[in-house]
Ligand binder design. Structure first.
Ligand SMILES: C[C@@]1(CC(=O)O)c2cc3[nH]c(cc4nc(cc5[nH]c(cc(n2)[C@H]1CCC(=O)O)[C@@](C)(CC(=O)O)[C@@H]5CCC(=O)O)C(CC(=O)O)=C4CCC(=O)O)c(CCC(=O)O)c3CC(=O)O
Ligand SMILES: NC(=O)C1=CN([C@@H]2O[C@H](COP(=O)(O)OP(=O)(O)OC[C@H]3O[C@@H](n4cnc5c(N)ncnc54)[C@H](O)[C@@H]3O)[C@@H](O)[C@H]2O)C=CC1
Length: 213
């Protein structure tokens, strides 16, 4: 089965996680960023999940899973340490919702790839069941290449793009300007400031020249 990568906004969408161990905690860490309401169904929860529960970041239903536990959800994650329970959770999920089974990658419609963020930049790696360990290693390697400098650079690109969108420049001209900014040269903070200055002038109509620099 070929899975496709998606970026998904789960704000205000119900997420249910069955199981309260290491993997559940890992998934909660990822999903927390989206401000989705999270419900954990599990007789026990580990320390990390307990801290989130005490901080009101999730609802904990202290019980073993039953078929009627998920009347609605956008995303269901089966992360108990019992593969047959995980299978049962997936079968009991509401029709049409996204389902992840932590103990059965092949039968799991949704996967969580190795992932890191650098501000607005988001990088995910999947080996499609071949080697989660390689995915983790590649993540480490990429983290050192796309470091903090990239957080600033990508934020600069974001601001530049917003400015250009507000300008009266033709789409073709905007594209040309945006293309010019996709260059290592603009990893330099001074260059970024200079470019932003020029772009502001363009938006204000002071200088409608074609080049950003
Ligand atoms: C489908 C997927 C996720 C999903 O659930 O959606 C999945 C599924 C499974 N993983 C299993 C095992 C291990 N997973 C890890 C580690 C990680 N696994 C991650 C991702 C994914 N793992 C997704 C596919 C990614 C891809 O294919 O590239 C990482 C990268 C990210 C993350 O989890 O957040 C994270 C590294 C985090 C980091 O360090 O940065 C280790 C190593 C370790 O723990 O140190 C082992 C033991 C060694 C081994 O088995 O290789 C098992 C068997 C379970 C069992 O035996 O019961 C299954 C189920 C199955 O294979 O059926
Ligand atoms: N996707 C991945 O990256 C990986 C997946 N796994 C898989 O994830 C599974 C979970 O791993 P961990 O979180 O380390 O296990 P864990 O042992 O830390 O946690 C299991 C949790 O499930 C709960 N639980 C057990 N039976 C339940 C039931 N009937 N109803 C509700 N909750 C129940 C337990 O109370 C506990 O909180 C493993 O069995 C393994 O198959 C393991 C390693 C990596």
């Amino acid at each position: 089965m070929a899975r496709i990568p998606l970026m998904i906004d789960l704000k205000e969408k119900q997420v249910v996680i069955v199981g309260g161990g290491t993997i559940a905690a890992r998934r909660i860490n990822t999903i927390k960023e989206s401000n989705a309401p999270i419900t954990v169904i599990s007789p026990t929860i580990n320390q990390a999940i307990r801290a989130d529960w005490e901080a009101d970041l999730l609802i904990w239903r202290q019980k073993t899973f039953e078929a009627t536990d998920i009347p609605q959800a956008m995303l269901v994650i089966a992360a108990t340490n019992d593969p047959s329970v995980n299978q049962f959770v997936c079968e009991s999920a509401p029709t049409g919702c996204l389902v992840n089974n932590a103990s059965d990658a092949v039968g799991s419609p949704v996967h969580f790839p190795a992932h890191f963020r650098q501000g607005r930049l988001s990088i995910s790696i999947s080996t499609n069941e071949a080697s989660p360990m390689l995915a983790a290693k590649m993540k480490q390697e990429l983290e050192s290449i796309y470091n903090k400098d990239y957080e600033d650079y990508v934020e600069f690109l974001y601001q530049s793009r917003q400015l250009l969108k507000q300008s009266t420049l033709e789409k073709q001209q905007q594209k040309k300007q945006l293309q010019a900014l996709v260059s290592d040269e603009f990893l330099c903070k001074d260059k970024q400031l200079q470019a932003l200055q020029s772009l502001k002038q363009i938006v204000e109509g002071v200088d409608a020249s074609e080049r950003v620099m």
